[in-house]
Structure formats: structure tokens, C-alpha cells
Design a protein around this ligand. Structure first.
Ligand code: TYD
Length: 208
């Protein structure tokens, strides 16, 4: 049996990532693909702890350096746990993951240099490699207007300055990992149908 393909989606908050992933996933399922969807931070214990921090309603404050280590630990657990990414890929299941180590490079660089964030993720990098990474590229202004249109309170990472910095970090990380993670940049400021068409095509090429 051939190994499943590992497909990662990346993008700043407000890039439309969640909507795109949901639509693409259901159309791939309708086409009869053997594919599963997962995300980071995960819904497991370490991921829950991180989500509490992001929402700002955790029991205690955590230093950003600790958060960077927790993201790396959550990822390793995501790969290695029974029923995790490694097991699924080994069983021939294709896996779509909403965010992976490129998110750590983009969001956690600053408390540590990017090179150190990459070091923190070496354990994961030695275990899996994305067959395709789709980066949904969008201007910070567009992203912020989408976040505001949701009508929810902005989360920890969603101020303009912060998103601009995250966006720049993504660009740097993409340069470093473009070949190794097979990163494709998709213009996510277009109409949804055009984005979905392109993304579905990219994934179909990889999994067929
Ligand atoms: P979530 O509510 O799932 O947002 P989104 O739908 O945009 O993915 O929260 C995930 C947040 O976690 C998001 O703001 C990015 C952040 N994050 C990091 O800071 N580092 C990481 O390594 C990962 C995976 C996510």
C-alpha cells in the first residue's frame, strides 16, 4: 500500500484558510478520496492548553518562549500519538493539516530567531515532510477586514502590526522551506470559486 500524502495549509488569520479547507475537503470526499482533516493547535491536551492561552482565558500566564516550545510539543504529539499523522499516512490515508511548522516560524519568530524555531521543530521534521504546502497569500488589510466582518473580538495575534510582522515572517520562512516543503503560493484575495478551483487542482495532482 502506498503512503498517504501530507498536505498543509498556511496563511495569516483572515486569509480565508478555514473556509477554503472546509470546501476543498468536502469536494475531495465527494470525489471518493481517502482523506482526513486535522489542525494545529490540536484538540489534544497540549493543543487545548495553547488554545486557552490564545483566547486569553487560561488559568495562568505563559511566557511566549514556553508557548513556542508547546507548539513544537503539540506538533510532535500530533505526529506520534496513536491515530496520529504518522500512523494515518502509513495506513495510506491522505491528511490535510490546517497549519504546521511554518506557522511556528511565522508566529513565534521574535521571541526566538527563526533558526531556533526551526531547531525546536527538528524532531517533527525528522518524522514527516509535507508533500504539498498551500500558502494562502493575502494583504494584511484584506485579512483584517475579513476578521472584522466575522464580528468576533480580535484574538491575541490579530492586531495590524502583529499581522504585518507575521506576514513578513511567512515570506522569510517560505524562502527557507520552499523546496523542502513543496510550498505553493496561492493568491487568496481573489473570488472564492477561483481559489477553490486552484487549490482542489493542486491537491488532486498530488493524491492521484
Ligand atoms: P485558530 O483559532 O485555529 O486560528 P486559525 O483558524 O487562523 O488557524 O488559532 C490558531 C492560532 O494559533 C493562530 O492565530 C495561529 C496560532 N499558531 C501559532 O502561533 N503557532 C503555531 O505553530 C500554530 C500551529 C498556530
Amino acid at each position: 500500500m502506498s503512503r498517504g500524502k501530507f498536505i498543509v495549509f498556511e496563511g495569516i488569520d483572515g486569509s480565508g484558510k478555514t473556509t477554503v479547507i472546509k470546501s476543498v475537503f468536502s469536494s475531495l470526499i465527494n470525489l471518493g478520496c481517502r482523506i482526513e482533516l486535522t489542525r494545529e493547535p490540536t484538540d489534544n491536551r497540549i493543543g487545548q492548553l495553547i488554545r486557552d492561552f490564545i483566547k486569553g482565558d487560561g488559568e495562568y500566564e505563559l511566557d511566549e518562549r514556553v508557548i513556542a516550545a508547546l507548539f513544537a510539543a503539540d506538533r510532535l504529539d500530533h505526529i506520534l500519538r496513536p491515530g496520529g499523522i504518522k500512523e494515518k499516512l502509513g495506513a495510506g490515508v491522505n491528511v490535510i493539516c490546517d497549519r504546521f511548522w511554518l506557522s511556528s516560524c511565522a508566529y513565534q519568530t521574535g521571541v526566538f530567531p527563526m533558526e531556533y524555531i526551526l531547531e525546536l521543530n527538528k524532531g517533527s521534521m525528522n518524522l514527516v515532510k509535507p508533500d504539498l504546502t498551500i500558502y494562502l497569500s493575502v494583504d494584511v488589510s484584506v485579512a483584517l477586514s475579513r476578521v472584522d466582518a466575522r464580528g468576533e473580538e480580535r484574538e491575541h495575534y490579530e492586531s495590524r502590526d502583529r499581522l504585518e510582522k507575521i506576514s513578513r515572517n511567512y515570506e522569510k520562512a517560505i524562502c527557507l522551506r520552499k523546496e523542502s516543503d513543496n510550498i505553493v503560493i496561492v493568491d487568496a484575495s481573489r473570488e472564492e470559486a477561483a481559489i477553490l478551483d486552484e487549490v482542489t487542482g493542486l491537491i488532486k495532482n498530488i493524491i492521484s
